[in-house]
Design a protein around this ligand. Structure first.
Ligand code: AMP
Length: 192
């Protein structure tokens, strides 16, 4: 029997509903929701060194360096709660370098990913949703820049995961409950 501990990545454009669905998945499957965006925002609020390094980049819609992000996630993945209960990575990996870093971390910890889900919502729809949510770092320029970086740096990771047999695509349009049911179906299947 394969382990029922969930270790997954959720990919999707900013504004795809990833954050909301991730909270529900983590609750349903009892794993830790590790959102690198949340970690960085908390560091900015707390005024830590990491936060000071990240704040300007985040406000401009850029990507915090791989040299910062990879060790940050590596350290967190090795902690007991994630080792025992699993993890849903939300917002990481975002670059090929980070994907390679993730592969190395998991190998080191002798763990395997259950699945990488692409929560698919078209670019026109996510733009409208982000304009509507009005988060502090959601200026029009930052949104445009983030979506551009997603297509350029993160979308190629879909192939990376597909090549490893780990990719599943879920339609992110529709009611929140409906989307969650689709996600749950895919995860249950992969865990079985
Ligand atoms: P998110 O909440 O995932 O949209 O992340 C908010 C912002 O945090 C992003 O626009 C980036 O500036 C930064 N960020 C979050 N995760 C990463 C990551 N894995 N690599 C680089 N920057 C990140």
């Amino acid at each position: 029997m394969s382990s029922s501990v969930l270790r997954m990545v959720i990919l999707g454009r900013q504004g795809s509903g990833k954050g909301t669905q991730s909270l529900r998945i983590a609750e349903q499957f009892g794993c830790v929701h590790l959102s690198t965006g949340d970690v960085l925002r908390a560091a900015v609020d707390a005024g830590t060194e990491l936060g000071q390094q990240a704040a300007g980049i985040m406000n401009a819609g850029g990507l915090v360096g791989d040299d910062i992000m990879i060790p940050l996630v590596a350290e967190r993945l090795a902690q007991d709660d994630i080792m025992a209960g699993g993890v849903l990575l939300d917002g990481f990996p975002r670059t090929a370098e980070q994907a390679n870093g993730l592969e190395a971390m998991l190998a080191e910890l002798e763990q395997q990913l259950t699945v990488a889900i692409n929560l698919d919502v078209p670019v026109e729809e996510v733009t409208q949703r982000m304009m509507a949510r009005g988060r502090e770092d959601d200026t029009e320029d930052a949104i445009t820049r983030r979506l551009g970086l997603y297509e350029e740096q993160t979308a190629p990771l879909l192939d990376w995961f597909a090549e490893r047999g780990l990719l599943a695509t879920v339609d992110g349009l529709g009611e929140e409950d409906e989307v969650f049911a689709r996600l749950r179906g895919v995860i249950d299947e992969r865990l079985a």
